[in-house]
Write a protein that binds this ligand. Sequence first.
Ligand code: MN
Length: 132
Amino acid sequence: MIATQIDRAPTILIVEDNEDNRIVYSTMLRHFGFAVDEAENGAEGILKARTGLPDLILMDIAIPLVDGWEAVQRLKKDPATAGIPIVALTAHAMPADRERAIQVGCDGYLAKPCEPRAVVEEVKRILESKTV
Ligand code: MN
């Protein structure tokens, strides 16, 4: 079990267009006791965030229909979803991406390729900082 004060499995919404990545991250997160929901593009991600109110969102930036930057901005502007922590996943370890992630309101940032274990650690770090 993960260390958290929530008495149910926290739900992580993975917004990622690459199916292999979704499988890797979701398998790893379920292994560590999380519940997982998935979306393949930004529009679906926004919809699932609003309807499912996950405990945290993993947001790939390069995704179809609505890109990750725009999706984060829309979710952070909406009072219903503004409080959901979002971890951005960007393809390049560019300093400008890290700055932009902070500017648009992301709570965490991971540069791809990221180890599945690093994803789990970042998710746990943010959830624990929210519940303490
Ligand atoms: Mn992508």
